[in-house]
Ligand binder design. Structure first.
Ligand SMILES: Nc1ncnc2c1ncn2[C@@H]1O[C@H](COP(=O)(O)OP(=O)(O)OP(=O)(O)O)[C@@H](O)[C@H]1O
Length: 979
């Protein structure tokens, strides 16, 4: 837009300008003191405080702006009260702007100012007449705005200003800053004739006026800017002026003065820019209209930013922006998180909701499936409620807690997707609903010391939770009747709600006017409930929050004159709305009170408090768990150790038991063995067995073969002839018989003194001797049987133990030991089996011996009745057959009487012979089997060591080693067990 400002004229006449005098709007009363009369009492500076020297460390402040400001040549137009009385003002009345290259002080709204910049003397631009007021404004005070996008955007307000955005500085405090609240709009409130300056000064005195109204001009789509309609408009961003030269034209001034006595940034009464030209980008717009407000919200104030304007004029573009030029919403989000990052003294919780009002119905954009509101049908109806703490709010509404800018942007983008848009005559993607993003900021003070302190929290915090809300609203655009029915229906709802908004603002203005006049307390009814939009905005409009209204217009128009006219009318309506809003909304926003605990505004809604409590609770639980966990772990370890110990003990016990059993078994076996051997020894010493032993020995002799007998005799007697000569069996037998008798005689003789009975039995009563032998053998048999029974019992025990050990041995960890033990046991069993077999064999022998003895006894009895002569003959034959006289010491010569008849001695001799023969046969069997070796002098020996055990008949020779060294046998058994 090639708007050029006319050169300032000497007088601020309301006419005579190069441009037609702007028509005086009905409601418009003053331009707000566009020209500040020289020395006018209503100087914007009035009431300003000088920067505090104590707080200012930079270069000396610039001279008082008033001195720098050119004195307006016409002081008229301001009545005695300082109120602008001009109804209209021609743009020609503006002072001559400085040259295009003039550098203006950076807008305080656009960022912090370096001391050098601060010290800069206001340039002529600041001398421009304006209607800035001195009303302090929280929104203007901070003035730390700097474009997050780099802030390098040059101001090309119609080519007049080229100012780089000052560097961004978070450190510049927005607190306690003030700004003038200015309006150029002659609204009804000014009807009383008070000068704008005065009015704003008074506003500044009462601390109100936290409202920013800005106007943004959208570039023409064609970009030529040469059409007639556009030519009727003049936009001076530097002076925050929009002038229309068409019908019902006028000047609309939106400038403000920034004052910040507490902050050196704004040492002077600088003009704040609230009119954005087609060259201003989103970043700059954000810096001026929302940055400070966002900061205030972070500090605990409620804030509302909304874009108002005709369809297609750039509301959505300003609020959302594009990827390359983010709008108010994304930039606010960035600033919110920057603030959190740079405020370590507090902790924050953010939750966001996003709703739209479409056809007078509220829809939750975060609960809807994306796709132009297609999911709306499934939604529960959302209603507006009001309570004293929260004001008016929509419910039920989904709120999402967000932790990063990206997350927050994503949530909002999701809502955007669900928002209803449609193509209209003026906008290919026209928003068909009012969209409200609400970001709830909860914050609370943190205990100094960071996380370390946090961990020491006891749940009692120094301050409560502050809850503030930032509402970012993109209104649907007002529009003329559309062609489509649907669009018309939408349009009528949109228009109705916007009309209600306008009405509310008008009435607010009227009320304010009444209040100003003092008396009329019957405030006009404010029709907030006439539309969902006004109802939702009720809190903001009634002054509970800081408000920034961005009105978007488009000066260019469609080609036709008719559309140009209607467009101009719409634009003028927007401008009027902006002016009225500026003047009527009186914000008395206060920092939200800190809710302590679960009370206050927060109540259940203050999630920060709830989460904090929950965290504390969980932390306590965690600590308790950790403690119990530790002790549990300790207990578990202890229990485990104990269990292991027990298992080890058990195992050791079992092993010990087994070992004990083994040892016991071994001991028992050894005992048995010793007993057995002892029994054997004892039995070998017993009288009967000893007798029998002689008997046996004789028997064995009898059974020797002749050859062996011969050899034996030859060996024994040094080759006596008696053995040399071949003899019959009988002779041999006789000889043996003689020898046996002799031996027996000698043996008996040896023992005669010890055992008379035996001697008697031998030589006196043969029957008695046989009986004794029989008894001895039976005793031996019984002994053997007992031993067998014991061994069998032991064997059974050993087998049982072996099977139990084998079964447990597989599960036991020490299988090797068990296997070894099994082996030893099996060896033992084998040994026992062999022993049993041996004993059985012995038993058999004994049986046979018994049989033989019985036979012998029977033979003796029979012999008693046999013919004596025959006996004698046999006897003589016996003696005759002997080749030589019996050796000395052998059988004694038969007494003479014996040969004379049947004497009992003879009979006995015969039966003894019989027995000897039988015994000889038995011995012979053994010898032939290789078990025995006939020794010299008729003794027998075990054939070898290995066979000693298997000797069927114990005799002196066999038992000798046992008698000598029973322990050696024990050792031998032990070795067997250990194998
Ligand atoms: N300042 C600007 N610079 C460049 N393009 C702009 C500007 N303002 C608006 N536009 C463009 O104009 C078109 C309409 O803008 P936008 O949709 O923001 O209008 P609107 O006021 O939201 O309309 P509606 O009320 O119908 O939704 C878009 O294509 C947008 O990119």
């Amino acid at each position: 837009m090639a708007t050029t400002l006319p050169r300032p004229r000497a007088s601020n006449s309301t006419s005579g300008s190069t441009l037609p005098v702007l028509p005086v709007a009905k409601t418009r009363k003053s331009t707000g003191g566009l020209a500040t009369p020289s020395g006018a009492p209503a100087s914007p500076r009035s009431g300003l405080r000088a920067p505090s020297a104590s707080t200012y460390s930079g270069p000396p402040p610039s001279p008082a702006p008033t001195t720098a400001l050119p004195t307006p040549k016409n002081a008229h137009g301001v009545n005695s009260a300082g109120r602008t009385i001009r109804k209209t003002v021609s743009i020609n009345s503006f002072p001559q702007p400085p040259s295009r290259t003039a550098t203006y002080p950076s807008s305080p709204l656009s960022g912090s100012i370096t001391p050098a910049r601060k010290a800069r003397t206001p340039q002529p631009s600041s001398k421009l007449a304006h209607s800035g007021s001195g009303a302090p404004s929280l929104l203007n005070g901070g003035a730390d705005g700097k474009s997050l996008m780099g802030g390098a955007g040059a101001r090309h307000s119609d080519g007049f200003i080229s100012v780089s955005s000052p560097p961004h500085s978070r450190s510049s405090s927005a607190q306690d800053s003030y700004s003038t609240s200015a309006t150029t709009y002659d609204d009804p409130a000014d009807a009383a004739g008070t000068s704008t300056s005065d009015k704003h000064t008074s506003k500044g005195m009462d601390g109100k006026g936290n409202v920013i109204v800005s106007v943004r001009v959208r570039p023409d789509a064609g970009g030529n800017g040469n059409n007639k309609a556009e030519g009727e408009w003049m936009v001076d961003g530097r002076r925050s002026l929009i002038a229309y030269r068409g019908r019902e034209g006028g000047d609309y001034f939106y400038g403000e003065r920034a004052r910040n006595p507490l902050n050196v940034e704004y040492a002077t009464d600088e003009l704040l820019d609230n009119v954005f030209t087609t060259h201003d980008d989103n970043s700059r717009v954000y810096d001026h209209i929302a940055k400070r407000l966002v900061r205030r919200v972070m500090e605990g104030y409620h804030g509302t930013v909304f874009a108002y304007g005709m369809t297609g004029t750039g509301k959505t573009f300003s609020m959302q922006g594009t990827a390359s030029s983010p709008g108010v919403i994304p930039l606010a989000i960035t600033d919110i998180f920057s603030y959190i990052r740079e405020t370590p003294s507090r902790e924050f919780l953010l939750r966001v909701s996003y709703l739209e009002i479409y056809n007078e119905r509220i829809h939750d954009l975060l609960s809807m499936a994306s796709g132009n509101g297609t999911g709306a049908g499934a939604q529960e109806e959302i209603k507006l409620r009001e309570d004293s703490k929260r004001g008016v709010y929509a419910t039920p509404l989904k709120e999402e807690i967000v932790q990063s800018p990206t997350q927050l942007l994503r949530v909002i983008a999701r809502g955007d997707q669900a928002r209803r848009t449609a193509s209209t005559q003026f906008n290919a993607r026209s928003s068909r609903s009012h969209a409200v993003v609400q970001i709830v900021v909860e914050s609370r003070e943190r205990i100094p010391g960071g996380s370390g302190g946090e961990s020491k929290r006891s749940g009692i915090l120094p301050g409560g939770v502050r809850v503030s809300t930032l509402s970012l609203i993109d209104l649907a655009g007002s529009e003329k009747a559309a062609e489509s029915k649907e669009r018309r229906a939408e349009g009528s709802h949109i228009n109705k709600s916007l009309l209600t908004l306008g009405t509310v603002i008008s009435k607010l203005s009227e009320n304010k006017e009444r209040e100003g006049k003092g008396g009329d307390k019957d405030a006009k009814h404010l029709p907030y409930r006439d539309s969902k939009l006004t109802r939702l905005l009720q809190g903001a409009l009634s002054g509970n929050s800081l408000v920034s209204i961005l009105c978007t217009i488009q000066t260019g128009a469609a080609n036709s004159a008719a559309s140009a006219n209607s467009h101009a009318t719409e634009t003028l309506n927007t401008l009027k709305f902006a002016s009225r809003a500026k003047n009527s909304i009186v914000s008395h926003a206060k920092r939200a009170e800190e809710a302590l605990g679960a009370g206050g505004e927060g109540g259940a809604r203050v999630l920060l408090e709830r989460y904090r409590m929950e965290i504390l609770e969980l932390r306590t639980q965690l600590e308790a768990q950790a403690k119990s966990g530790n002790s549990k772990v300790e207990d578990e370890e202890k229990a485990k150790d104990e269990e292991e110990e027990r298992a080890r003990e058990k195992e050791a016990e079992a092993r010990h038991e087994e070992q004990m059993l083994e040892m016991q078994l071994a001991r028992t076996a050894l005992k048995e063995r010793i007993d057995h051997l002892n029994r054997l020894i004892l039995s070998s010493k017993s009288t009967g067995v000893n007798t029998g032993g002689t008997y046996s020995s004789l028997g064995m002799h009898a059974r020797f073969s002749q050859s062996s007998l011969r050899t034996s005799i030859a060996t024994s007697h040094g080759g006596h002839s008696i053995l040399e000569r071949p003899g019959s069996m009988n002779s041999s037998s006789s000889t043996i018989g003689q020898r046996s008798i002799r031996k027996r005689r000698s043996s008996i003789g040896e023992q005669a003194s010890n055992d008379e009975e035996d001697s008697m039995g031998e030589y006196g009563d043969g029957t008695a001797s046989l009986q004794a032998q029989n008894q001895a053998l039976q005793a031996d048999l019984a002994d053997k049987n007992r031993y067998i029974a014991t061994l069998e019992k032991r064997l059974l025990q050993a087998r049982r133990a072996s099977s139990s050990r084998t079964s447990s041995g597989f599960s036991a960890p020490h299988k090797g030991i068990m296997v070894g033990e099994d082996h030893s046991v099996s060896t033992l069993i084998k040994e026992k089996d062999a022993e049993i077999a041996e004993l059985r064999a012995r038993l058999e022998d004994k049986d046979r011996m018994l049989t033989a003895l019985r036979n012998a006894a029977r033979s003796r009895d029979a012999a008693e009745g046999v013919d004596t002569s025959r006996s004698e003959a046999r006897s003589s034959l016996l003696y005759e057959q002997a080749a030589s006289p019996p050796p000395q010491g052998a059988l004694p010569d038969p007494p003479a009487s014996a040969s004379k008849g049947q004497s009992p001695i003879r009979k006995r001799t015969r039966s003894v012979d019989e027995m000897s023969r039988i015994l000889d046969e038995m011995i012979q069997d053994r010898v032939e089997a290789g078990h025995l070796v006939r020794g010299a002098r008729g003794s027998v020996q075990v054939a070898s060591d290995g066979k000693r055990e298997t000797t069927t008949e114990p005799n002196h020779t066999e038992l000798e080693p046992l008698r000598q060294s029973p322990t050696s046998i024990l050792n031998e058994s032990k070795v067997v067990l250990e194998a």
